[in-house]
Design a protein around this ligand. Structure first.
Ligand SMILES: Cc1cc2nc3c(=O)[nH]c(=O)nc-3n(C[C@H](O)[C@H](O)[C@H](O)COP(=O)(O)O)c2cc1C
Length: 209
């Protein structure tokens, strides 16, 4: 009977079990891409997305560019106030919610729900293949004054967002950094701890044809 219940539960699960696992990202390329000045010329916000999914190697390069480890001491491609590295990058995709772990360069499986539509108030948010949700962990800012925490977390998020913009410009992807979202509702849906705060989100995808 217990086995039958397990099989039934597996059949009723909204996503294939294979998607509900941590994902080891392929090693990021860390070379090539568009020359910096060209990428700066091409950087822009876009809101017209194809629904096509992003392949894992592209996702790997995107995340490394955004917030990956670029030095042996664990420091990152973006700066952070006092190197607190308090911003976590979550990925809302059709098959679930994942957390980017820069050290092992891995996606940690968090939830099986498709959270994309909750990641913003604009219609394209739920249709694009990827929404990055930036979450500041105030537990890592315990030595900062309470009034400094949101300001520094927002600045640190912005640097990551600009890395994403430049990577997207280099790869011909569309992206928009976003403040229009219900942070508290999204945080609850993501099962965040009280000291974790959604700062911004950023939608990424291929251009709509
Ligand atoms: C802090 C911040 C919040 C933003 N929030 C949104 C948003 O919620 N929705 C949106 O469509 N664009 C948003 N944007 C994108 C801006 O509208 C965009 O950067 C601006 O219009 C300039 O266009 P550009 O990025 O193409 O230069 C935001 C940008 C920043 C920096």
């Amino acid at each position: 009977m217990a086995v039958f219940a397990l099989v039934l539960a597996a059949c009723l699960a909204p996503f294939p079990a294979s998607a509900q696992k941590d994902i080891d990202l392929p090693k990021p390329t860390m070379e090539g891409g568009m020359p910096l000045f060209q990428a700066l010329k091409a950087r822009q916000s876009g809101r017209e997305f194809s629904t096509e999914k992003l392949p894992l190697p592209l996702l790997s390069n995107l995340l490394w560019s955004a917030w990956g480890v670029n030095r042996p001491d664990g420091r990152r491609t973006a700066p952070s106030a006092s190197n607190r590295q308090e911003v976590d990058v979550y990925l809302a995709m059709a098959d679930g919610l994942y957390l980017f772990e820069p050290g092992p360069h891995r996606l940690k499986f968090v939830l099986a729900s498709d959270m994309r539509a909750r990641a913003g108030t604009q219609a394209f948010v739920g249709e694009a293949p990827l929404n990055l949700i930036y979450v500041a962990d105030y537990a890592k800012m315990a030595t900062a004054k309470p009034e400094d925490r949101p300001v520094w977390a927002a600045a640190d998020t912005g640097f990551i967002g600009q890395n994403v913009y430049l990577f997207c410009a280099s790869e011909g992807l569309v992206s928009v950094f976003r403040a229009l979202l219900d942070r508290d509702a999204l945080g609850k849906a993501m099962n965040l701890r009280p000291d974790q705060h959604v700062t911004f989100a950023q939608t990424v995808g291929y251009p709509r044809k």
